[in-house]
Structures are given as C-alpha cells and as structure tokens.
Write a protein that binds this ligand. Structure first.
Ligand code: FPP
Ligand code: MG
Ligand code: MG
Length: 397
C-alpha cells in the first residue's frame, strides 16, 4: 500500500532563510538618525508571522524545477534574469542585489545604511543556503516584508490602533507623525532594494502593489463613509468587499508570488499559476482575518478583537448576516455609530450563518490556490505551498 505522505511544515522548510531575513531587513533599515532608526525597526523587533516572505521563498523553491524560459525563446519578451549573471556567492560588482545599500551622499547625518559586518553574515548565509532560492528571490522576500510592515505602520495610524504583535503599536509608542514617516522610510528603502534587482517587470509589479494597498484602503474608507442612511443589501456589497480585499491583502501576496516566478525565469504558464495561487490564498487569508476579528480574543490575536465593527467596517461575516437580516442596513448606513449598534450587529452575526459562510468562501479560495499549482513538479516546497493553505484555514491569530 501507499505510504501516507509525511506532513511538511512549510515554515521549517524555509526556517533558516526566514531567520536570516529578519536580520537582513534590519540591515536594510539602518538610518543615521537614531530616532528614525528606532521607529523604522520597531515592528521588526517583535516576531511577525512572515507570511509573505515565506510564500515567496516557497514559491521560489517550488518553481525552481518547473519549466523555464530560455534566452533564445522567440515567444519571450523577457531578458534572461540577472540571476544567471550572479556567481554562487551572490557577488557581482554592479547588479548584485545583496550589495549593502550605501548612502547616496556623504552627508554625515545620513550614515551608511548597513554595516559591512552584517552583510558578510548575509552573504555567507546565501552562499551556503538553499541553491533553489536565488539571491534576487531572497531579496524579494525581504522587500515584501518591508512593504507589508510599512502598510502596518500607516494602517495603525488610520485605525487609531493601540496594539500590534502584543506590544503597543508604533503610533502609540512614538506618535502618529513618527509612525507615518517611518512607514514612508520603509517604502523608500524597499524601492531602493527593488531597483537593485534590475528587473523592470518585477519593479512594476511591486510598485503597483504599493498603489493597490492605498487603493484598497481608500475603498474601505469610502465604504465606511457611505452617506446612504438605509442601504439595501445587494450582491454588489460582496463584490465591492472582495475587490477591496484583493487590493488591500491579495495584491501583495499574488504579485510577489508572480515576481518570484519571474525572477526564477519561469515560463508564462508557471508565472500565471504562481499569481493565481497567491491571489486565491491572499483572498482566503483576509477572509479568515475578518472572521477571526469576530471569533478570537484580543489575548490570542495580539491586537484588539472586534475592531472592525468599532471602526464602522462591514466585512464578510456581517455582509452575509445583512443579506438575511434587512434590519442591519440601517446600522451599516450609520457605520454602527449609535450606542448599542456594535453589540446588536455582533449578536445578529453570531446568530446568522455569516461566519460559517465566510469560512466556506475562504476554503473555496484555498482549494483554487491548490488547484492552480497542481501541475508543478512534485517537491517539498510544493507540499509547503499546499500546507500554507491549511495553515491559513487553521490559524488562530
Ligand atoms: C491591515 O488591515 C492593513 C493593510 C493590509 C493595508 C493598509 C494599507 C494602507 C494603510 C495604505 C498605505 C500603504 C502603504 C504601503 C504605506 P487591517 O486594519 O484590517 O488589519 P489589522 O487588524 O492587522 O490592523
Ligand atoms: Mg488595522
Ligand atoms: Mg485597517
């Protein structure tokens, strides 16, 4: 009989890589200004989940053995990836993506951005580590975490958040102005690192992600600020919510999976599959996030629970409940602002099928994510990508 497959822990598969990632990110964030340095690195101190980098690293490994474009491929408009020009040690004078970022000016107030000893560690790590992951893909993983962290810094200002990752949020510890500027600084450093990849298509993808994050946040605010007093439920509400969710959450995950495949020189079919995987997983990830906001305690989440209704936000569980409880329309219209609204909405949601329907919808996206990469050659990393889907569905925080 067939042996049952040994379950793969996707985090262990790339655990070593993720360990170096955290310190590399800190190296990318060095600033000569002590306060900026502290605020910029603040969220890198508490261990995040590193979902996006983990996905990029797994996708890089999983596509390593999948079909590749060749330099002579007439159907390809892409130049061969620069990885082919990088020596195994990751050293190449001009386009080496692992080169420390230097200050462009000699101004004493903006000191070198990373100290050489740190980068020595980084380079030795890259030369010894997984040959299925290219230096550019490793850097991409760091860039995704930088963009994500920048968006959290800004998000916590917008949401008046008080805690993140079981610590006071940056806006609380340093004030709104510092938190916004630190987020901008992270985006700046992410952009420099992106430019260093010397890949215009990947640069365009990740620049689009930054715009998408803002568009998603705008859609959320606009929805929140609806002035219609008694909106009636239509399926447009779910469609709008899913579009917003793509922009806010799935864009970064899907486009970075796509970028990982591009950097590896994958064929268009593989690139599309990587994108489809990331898009579906990203949508599922946020659906589960919006479900946990109703079902999990602040203690477990490491950030306030039940925050969405307090912010006036109608996410999937509430939208499904609204479909079956027309009286929720008035509460949606006034953004749950009247005394008792939040409690009433919470009760109607918990008595409805909204939470279960949200879970089912997330499961459908996860199933599509798995289906998208079915044709990839079997590998540990492919199992890891599948296991990430299970993790997303099972996560408690
Ligand atoms: C977390 O959502 C926030 C996001 C996923 C993106 C927020 C985007 C912006 C603030 C636009 C600015 C973007 C950049 C790149 C600077 P949430 O509030 O639902 O999650 P939470 O519960 O973790 O706070
Ligand atoms: Mg928030
Ligand atoms: Mg928010």
């Amino acid at each position: 009989g067939e042996q049952p497959p040994i379950p793969v822990d996707p985090l262990r598969l790339v655990a070593k890589e993720v360990k170096f990632l955290a310190s590399n990110i800190r190296a990318l964030l060095g600033s000569g200004h002590p306060t900026l340095d502290t605020v910029a690195k603040y969220y890198t101190q508490s261990e995040g989940k590193y979902v996006r980098p983990t996905l990029v690293l797994l996708m890089s490994r999983a596509t390593a053995a999948a079909p590749k474009i060749t330099a002579r491929d007439p159907s390809s408009t892409r130049k061969p990836p620069i990885n082919s020009a990088i020596s195994p040690s990751g050293v190449l004078a001009d386009v080496n993506p692992t080169r420390p970022i230097e200050s462009p000016d000699a101004d004493a107030s903006s000191t070198p951005l990373s100290d050489p000893s740190r980068d020595a560690v980084y380079n030795s790590a890259t030369s010894e580590s997984d040959p299925d992951i290219l230096p550019t893909q490793r850097r991409l993983a760091e860039i995704t975490e930088l963009i994500h962290t920048a968006s959290l810094l800004h998000d916590d200002v917008i949401d008046h958040s008080v805690s993140r990752r079981s610590n006071p949020s940056a806006n609380i510890s340093f004030g709104n102005k510092m938190a916004v500027l630190a987020g901008d600084f992270l985006l700046g450093r992410a952009s420099v690192a992106l430019a260093r990849l010397r890949d215009p298509e990947v640069t365009e993808l990740l620049a689009t992600v930054i715009a998408n994050l803002v568009e998603g946040e705008f859609m959320q605010l606009k929805n929140t600020a609806r002035d219609e007093r008694h909106p009636v439920y239509t399926d447009d509400a779910i469609a709008y919510y899913l579009r917003k969710t793509y922009l806010k959450s799935a864009s970064l995950i899907s486009k970075s999976c796509r970028a990982a495949a591009l950097l590896g020189g994958s064929t268009p079919e593989v690139v599309e599959a990587a994108y489809a995987y990331g898009k579906n997983l990203g949508l599922a990830f946020q659906l589960v996030d919006d479900m946990l906001d109703y079902t999990t305690s602040e203690r477990e989440l490491g950030k306030p629970a039940g925050a969405d209704l307090e912010l006036g936000l109608a996410t999937a569980p509430l939208l499904f409940a609204w479909r079956d409880n027309a009286e929720l329309g008035a509460l949606v219209g006034r953004r749950f602002a009247e005394p008792g609204d939040v409690l009433m909405a919470r009760q109607l949601v918990s008595r409805s099928s909204g939470l279960e329907e949200t879970r089912v919808m997330a499961q459908q996206y996860v199933d599509e994510a798995i289906q998208a990469i079915e044709f990839f050659p079997d590998s540990e990393a492919k199992c890891g990508l599948i296991e990430m889907c299970t993790k997303v569905m099972q996560r408690r925080k």
